[in-house]
Design a protein around this ligand. Structure first.
Ligand SMILES: [Zn+2]
Length: 287
């Protein structure tokens, strides 16, 4: 948190230093853009092959083969979802929220990709449709589907309130992964990671730079659609914050289920190949 007036006297050239124009850290011009028309054409005649209802204040896992699509759909009422993704056959490869943010920005939408962690660093999924793309950035600097939050968790809740709450997204995702893999909670908990905050409306306050949330603009029927670039294991938590208009980590908010749908296209998108692991050789300067 940075306040307007620091303790240190301003140097004489403070204004000159502050007016230096920014440059984009990671220009993505060198990356081939996703062929959205090919992805969308592949939806013609697709078939729904699975659906999973995520109960409020709980999480469920699901799998999506490479080359299939999946949608996270709002049903019944405004609800935020916390998404984790792993490579189906190796949960060490998981979604890398921080690098995805560095590459695509604070909030994701159509055409952005969800990248996996090091040393894999490849697209796990591509967003192919976002019914909230009209929202853009609001007057507070807020937008939808962020990769700036982490996930609500019982440790931070304990730290700040002194109380225990067991249905934070972190705990929900941990239970869902443990049930899927039939392993103890403690064994899988380290694999739970920073999320894509689906449907959540967030930003940073302009004066203090603090993370804020506000009521999600999502309504039943809205969805976020992904194309699976590799075989995926996913888990989605219906956050105890509901639409995150007031608080999370409690039973106070109105919460609704979320729906995950998996679709199998008739044929792969023209020109699509599942991405390989990152090509860096891992030598880190030593032979
Ligand atoms: Zn949450």
């Amino acid at each position: 948190m940075k306040l307007e007036n620091g303790e240190t006297p301003r140097p004489l050239d403070a204004d000159a230093r502050r007016t230096v124009a920014p440059v984009i850290c990671y220009p993505v011009d060198s990356l081939a853009p996703p062929d959205l028309s090919a992805y969308r054409a592949a939806r013609d005649g697709w078939q729904k092959v699975d659906e999973v209802i995520v109960p409020p204040r709980d999480a469920r896992s699901f799998t999506v083969p490479a080359g299939h699509f999946f949608r996270i759909v709002s049903v019944e009422g405004p609800q935020v979802g916390d998404l984790n993704l792993w490579s189906l056959n190796d949960i060490n490869e998981r979604f890398f929220s921080g690098k995805t943010r560095a590459l695509h920005g604070t909030h994701l939408s159509t055409g952005d990709r969800l990248w996996s962690c090091l040393p894999y660093l490849r697209p796990m999924a591509t967003i192919t449709q976002d019914t909230l793309d009209w929202y853009g950035f609001d007057e507070y600097g807020g937008s939808v589907h962020d990769v700036i939050g982490t996930r609500c968790d019982p440790y931070t809740h304990r730290l700040l309130s002194g109380h225990d709450y067991h249905y934070c997204c972190h705990s929900n995702l941990t239970r869902a992964l443990a049930h899927r893999l039939n392993r103890p909670l403690a064994a899988v908990e380290p694999a739970v990671h920073d999320v894509l905050n689906v449907f959540m409306c967030t930003g940073f306050t302009r004066d203090t730079g603090q993370y804020f949330m506000k009521a999600s603009p999502v309504r039943p029927g809205d969805f976020l659609e992904f194309f699976a670039e590799i075989d995926l294991l996913g888990a989605l938590s219906a956050c105890p914050g509901g639409d995150c208009s007031s608080e999370h980590s409690s039973d106070a908010a109105a919460c609704y289920p979320l729906l995950v749908e998996v679709y199998k296209p008739k044929a792969a998108p023209i020109g699509w190949v599942s991405p390989a692991r990152n090509g860096y050789d891992g030598s880190h300067g030593e032979s």
